[in-house]
Design a binder for this molecule. Sequence first.
Ligand SMILES: [Fe+2]
Length: 282
Amino acid sequence: MTGVTSRALSPNLGAEVLGVDLEAGVDDAAFRAIRDAFLRHQVLLFDADGLTPARQVAFARRFGEVQVHVMNQYHADGFPELYRLTNLDADGNPNGKHPDRGTMAWHTDGSWQRVTGQATILYAEVASAEGGETHFCDMYGAYERLSPAWKARLASLRAVHNLDFSRSRRHAEDPLTDEQRRARPPVDHPVVRTHAETGRQCVFLGDHAESIVGMPYAEGRALIEELNATIVHDDLTYRHRWSPGQLIVWDNRCVLHRATAYDPARERRVIRRCTVLGEVPR
Ligand SMILES: [Fe+2]
């Protein structure tokens, strides 16, 4: 008996995990229970108030190799694995600038890499009173709802994912430096992937997907836009409103996520994030 239990957060995906003290550390039996829940529920919520950066990274390492993000201006606390999204200035006051507007489009973390993101682990240091939610949508369910004709059409398609595209061209964010761009050339992945651990099929697209291999650019763009709108279903979505001290881990292989807007001139929001690498999608 590990004492680890979980409680569903929505009818379709997401569960709150109880009986775990992440600051104290997680033994092998407890981690097995967490891992099982992760594969079953796709999104897990923990009460982790006061979690230190070191413990967050240690927890992430239980899942696999932790990514050092190419956007090195966000590195936090001397841990290159951690990436802090904050709208606070040096005095702790709102600075009026959203730290990463690209997160407001549905996406999956690290899909612009050959080895894509497995788990992302967010910890809320400071939560906004209004807005700044994180939404998660189940991509197993999205696949199951496609018509047989769509499933057949998508079966052999590959999409090109490109961080430079999603960041610079769509959201007018600070562009990548030449060095960052060279380090992260576009990559292509199947539009329908088979989850390496559950063996289930799911749609793998989102906002980093730019074009379709072998299809004229405009036609590929139109198809991706149509699919990205089609695969997000309200009743397959869990919407999380953050409280400070909460930690969420989700499975990027089978979940799309987005943040909702908040007023960066009035609200305070500080999120500490790390991403665990997965595998090359198949
Ligand atoms: Fe993200």
